[in-house]
Design a protein around this ligand. Structure first.
Ligand code: RM4
Ligand code: MN
Ligand code: MN
Length: 397
C-alpha cells in the first residue's frame, strides 16, 4: 500500500500529465504484407476526432489529436474551418501538425533532399502550408518526419543532401510564428535501407540548431537501434534544452509501433525518470510534448489507445515516486545498490489504486476500459462504419 505522501505525489504528477493521440491511430493501418480491416476503424477525419474524443472523455488526459496534413486536411489550408468544427463537436483540439513529405510520387527520391530543386521547392511549400494550417488551428508544434534517404551505396551525395536539409529547415523556420515550434524527428532506417538523411538524434540536433531557436528534437521511441540507451539521449537533449517532444510506442525489433510499455515498460519509466530528475534539479518544468505514435494492426484502435494512456499514466506516476534527494545523495556517495534500488522500488510500486482515486476525484471513470466497453460506442460505430470499411482502403487516410 502507498502512504499518503506517495498518493499525493501521484496526484500531483497526474495533474500535469497530458498525452496527445495520433489521428492515424484510429484508421485502418497494417504492414507491407497487408491490412486487416476493422469494421469500427475511422475512415474520415471526423471519425478520427470522434474516436479521439471518446478516449479523452474517458481518460481526461488527451485533449489534443495530432493531424497528418495529407490524410486529415484533404483541402489543405481550406480544411481548417471543418477541422475547427470537428474539434468543438467532439471535445478534442487539433494538436501537432504533421506535414506529409513521403507519400506523393514526387518524393520517390526525397523531399527536402531531392536532387530536383522543383521537388525541394514543393516540399518546402507543403511545409509552409502546414505551418499556416497550424497557425489557423492554433497548434503550436509542427512535427517533421522525413523519409529521405537512399537504398544503395554511392547513389546519393550525403553531404550535399545535408546542406539541402539545412536550407529547407531554415526556410521553414522563417515561416514560424514566434509562439510556434518545429520538431525534427529522426529514424535510422525505413523506408530507406542504406542511408537516411536524419538518421539519429545527433543529426536531428545539428539540423534543428541550424534551423533556428524554435526548432527542437522529437524522440520517437521506436526509432533507435535495439540496444540504444534512449534515456541517455533524452538526458543529453534535456541538458542542451533541445528536447521538444516524444512519439511513444514500443518495439521488439524495429519501428514496430506496438503499444507503449507492452515490451519494455522499464524503458519508458527510465525516460520519465530522467525528465523528472532534470526538472527537480533545475526547479523548472521541461516543455515537452508527449505524443503517441502507434498504429494498431490487430488490436481494436480505441481500446489500444485507452490501454496506452493508462500505461503512460502508470509509468509517469511510478517515476514521480523516485525520491530525487535520496537518489542524488546515493549517486554522490557512489552507493550503487541504494541508487539503483530507489528506481526499482518506485517502478515496483502498484500505483493503480492511486490513479483510480485520482480519476474518481476528477469525475472520470475509475476504469476507462471497462467504461468504454459498457458505453456501446464500439457497437454503434461498427454498425455505422462497417459498409465503408468493407471496401478495402489502401492508405492510412
Ligand atoms: C514514421 C514516423 C512518423 C510518422 C510516420 C507515419 O515512422 O514515426 O512520425 O508520422 O511514420
Ligand atoms: Mn513518429
Ligand atoms: Mn515511426
Amino acid at each position: 500500500m502507498m502512504d499518503a505522501t506517495a498518493v499525493e505525489k501521484v496526484f500531483a504528477a497526474l495533474e500535469t500529465f497530458r498525452i496527445e493521440l495520433p489521428s492515424w491511430g484510429f484508421a485502418n493501418t497494417g504492414t507491407r504484407f497487408g491490412k486487416f480491416i476493422q469494421p469500427a476503424a475511422a475512415t474520415t477525419t471526423e471519425e478520427k476526432f470522434s474516436d479521439a474524443g471518446q478516449v479523452h472523455l474517458l481518460t481526461g488526459v488527451c485533449p489534443t489529436v495530432a493531424l497528418h496534413v495529407l490524410w486529415d486536411c484533404p483541402q489543405g489550408i481550406h480544411s481548417t474551418d471543418e477541422i475547427k468544427n470537428f474539434a468543438s463537436r467532439y471535445g478534442v483540439a487539433p494538436g501537432s501538425i504533421n506535414p506529409n513529405l513521403f507519400q506523393d510520387q514526387e518524393y520517390k527520391y526525397g523531399s527536402f533532399a531531392n536532387p530536383d530543386s522543383s521537388v525541394r521547392q514543393r516540399a518546402l511549400q507543403h511545409t509552409k502550408d502546414s505551418i499556416e494550417i497550424a497557425r489557423r488551428l492554433k497548434s503550436r508544434d509542427i512535427s517533421l518526419w522525413f523519409a529521405d534517404g537512399s537504398n544503395y551505396p554511392g547513389t546519393a551525395n550525403i553531404r550535399q543532401r545535408k546542406k539541402w536539409f539545412e536550407d529547407g529547415l531554415k526556410h521553414s523556420h522563417e515561416a514560424l510564428s514566434p509562439d510556434q515550434r518545429m520538431l525534427v524527428e529522426y529514424k535510422p532506417f525505413e523506408p530507406a535501407f542504406y542511408h537516411t538523411d536524419i538518421a539519429d538524434w545527433g543529426m536531428a540536433l545539428l539540423l534543428a540548431r541550424a534551423a533556428g531557436p524554435q526548432a527542437k528534437v522529437l524522440v520517437d521511441t521506436g526509432h533507435h537501434y535495439a540496444a540504444q540507451n534512449i534515456e541517455q539521449i533524452v538526458s543529453w537533449l534535456l541538458s542542451e534544452n533541445m528536447l521538444g517532444g516524444f512519439h511513444f510506442n514500443d518495439r521488439r525489433y524495429a519501428d514496430d509501433d506496438l503499444t507503449m510499455g507492452s515490451i519494455d515498460p522499464y524503458q519508458v519509466f527510465r525516460i520519465f525518470h530522467e525528465i523528472r530528475f532534470c526538472e527537480w534539479e533545475t526547479s523548472k518544468r521541461a516543455d515537452i510534448a508527449y505524443m503517441v505514435d502507434q498504429s494498431h494492426n490487430l488490436k481494436g484502435k480505441i481500446e489500444a489507445m485507452i490501454q496506452t494512456v493508462t500505461i503512460a499514466q502508470q509509468l509517469f506516476a511510478k517515476a514521480a515516486l523516485v525520491n530525487a534527494e535520496n537518489l542524488a545523495a546515493a549517486q554522490t556517495k557512489c552507493d550503487l545498490v541504494k541508487a539503483e534500488s530507489i528506481l526499482q522500488d518506485a517502478f515496483a510500486t502498484d500505483v493503480r489504486p492511486a490513479i483510480q482515486e485520482w480519476r474518481d476525484s476528477k469525475g472520470l471513470p475509475k476504469d476507462p476500459m471497462a467504461a468504454f466497453r459498457q458505453s456501446g460506442y464500439l457497437e454503434r460505430i461498427s454498425k455505422e462504419r462497417a459498409a465503408r470499411n468493407s471496401h478495402n482502403v489502401s492508405s492510412y487516410a
